[in-house]
Design a protein around this ligand. Structure first.
Ligand SMILES: Cc1cc2nc3c(=O)[nH]c(=O)nc-3n(C[C@H](O)[C@H](O)[C@H](O)COP(=O)(O)O)c2cc1C
Length: 216
């Protein structure tokens, strides 16, 4: 087989199935940060699930956004995370560390709403400071949110949350609110079944693409 070249190739979106378009988007937009979202149901059961269609929506006031698709295997039905957020108006965005990769994967399983996914994924929880949903005890950062707005777009629903409290891990964020890009703590999502570990920062003024930590 010929090896791939850098020649440009237009893709007719109309010729692709919905799942192929999804594949293309998740290749184009990578690596993605991961919101490990904790919520609580009206029955009091804690829920935890990862979402990589996630980013900052506004810095002032501090606002996050992430997108929730339909329940896997049940088109037209909502995922527990959205049901809980709409019912309680609260959630916590936990940022997983590199060594959480396996637990993040386990917590993505679609299970009945009475299953506590912290327990399922063996993730330690702690009380949050201002909202009812629990936080991941050793997340790099936990951002407690109240629901600002939901915006349905096609099959997915974008959730906007106002950040009302923050907790950081001492080895991830220092007293001056700096984070060492070479510490290797951060985890990101790539297309398909892959994660990426952030293992070395490239300074924005660097001539080449040599990671800052390459000579350590
Ligand atoms: C790393 C990772 C990222 C994910 N990102 C998304 C996402 O952005 N949107 C989405 O709807 N599902 C995403 N999923 C799938 C959900 O986590 C999964 O459907 C989860 O079971 C939803 O759980 P819930 O029903 O408890 O809300 C992702 C899964 C993984 C492993």
């Amino acid at each position: 087989m010929d090896s791939p070249t850098s020649e440009l190739r237009d893709i007719e979106l109309e010729s692709l199935s919905d799942s192929e378009v999804y594949k293309l988007l998740s290749i184009a937009v990578q690596p993605r940060p991961i919101a490990w979202v904790s919520t609580v149901g009206t029955d009091g059961v804690d829920n935890l699930a990862p979402f990589s269609f996630f980013n900052v929506a506004s810095r002032t006031p501090p606002t996050l956004m992430f997108s929730i698709g339909e329940r896997i295997g049940h088109p037209g039905r909502a995922k527990d995370t959205l049901i809980n957020i709409e019912a309680t108006g609260e959630f916590v965005v936990n940022i997983p560390a590199r060594d959480h990769a396996r637990a993040v994967t386990v917590s993505h399983e679609t299970v009945e709403s009475d299953i506590d996914e912290f327990v399922l994924a063996s993730v330690e929880k702690r009380d949050s400071t201002k909202v009812r949903p629990k936080a991941v005890a050793n997340a790099l950062v936990s951002l407690e949110c109240t629901l600002l707005q939901t915006l349905p777009i096609g099959t997915d629903t974008v959730v906007f949350g106002s950040v009302v409290a923050a907790t950081v891990r001492g080895d991830a964020v220092d007293e001056r609110l700096y984070s060492d890009p070479d510490a290797g703590l951060w985890l990101a999502r790539l297309a398909g079944p892959y994660y990426s570990a952030v293992v070395g920062g490239v300074h924005q003024d660097a001539e080449g693409s040599e990671p800052r930590g390459a000579d350590r």
